[in-house]
Design a protein around this ligand. Sequence first.
Ligand code: AMP
Length: 282
Amino acid sequence: MKIVRTIPELKKIVREVRKSGGTIGLVPTMGHLHQGHLSLVKAGRSECDFVAVSIYVNPIQFGAGEDFEHYPRDLTTDAGLCREEGVDLIFSPSDRDMYPQGYDTYVLVEKLTRGLCGRGRPGHFRGVTTVVTKLFNLLEPDTAYFGQKDAQQALVLKKMAADLNMNLTLKIMPTVREADGLAMSSRNTYLSSEERETALVLYKSLNRAEELILGGCRKGSKIIGAMEAIIFREPMAKLEYIEIADTTNLETLEELKDEVLIALAVKVGKTRLIDNIIVEVL
Ligand code: AMP
């Protein structure tokens, strides 16, 4: 497994793989890898000849006062995990290489980034779509793997790839959870043991929503009210948003039908957590 830190070295390797006719799978990450990331790696390993994982904490997707500086970084442990999964290459560039002095080009998906996480994190998705475009150009993947855990991100990136005629397939893999239901996230390491308990409100409230829908409830506001009741019981949890939306355009639904995305963001102490489920409305 190669660990590549510079763009010229990366381009040389990608050229060689392309020349040999091999397919390239890419898993973009910010590192501090867990089983959620590794499920994407495993999918890539089973489908592609050459598997690359990018590990890059992308500064332009963090807002002022967010956790860019404190975001957990541990390339040695990440490299060990990638090696065990049979990854061929880790690309871990410097900020200077990704955004040299005078860098001035950004990619923006407009409508889909206005609601949900986009409302509380202005500029976040512009940072994501920009870095992912750069990674696609650099690594030339045939398939790129993303997690349903970041549901809005997955939709935004699919829209970007379609709108810009990008020549690759995006695969969205299911959310991997801890035994008690908490969605795996690199940010879970921020949680104290008490906060870790509180963090279960995301999963519990999503379960409650699903239960209500399966029981015949079709009113968005009623479901949101029941979810809020669970979250408001926890003094350490601060709700940012709950959204029940169309799974293709993210428009808010009051009358539920077909298939709905239920997504939420909650701050537990200082840690912002997100989770979501998709529910079939029969
Ligand atoms: P991150 O390092 O948080 O930027 O995540 C990198 C990729 O892993 C993104 O496509 C995420 O959606 C995906 N991912 C993160 N957590 C999980 C999880 N618990 N299950 C599945 N995929 C995940």
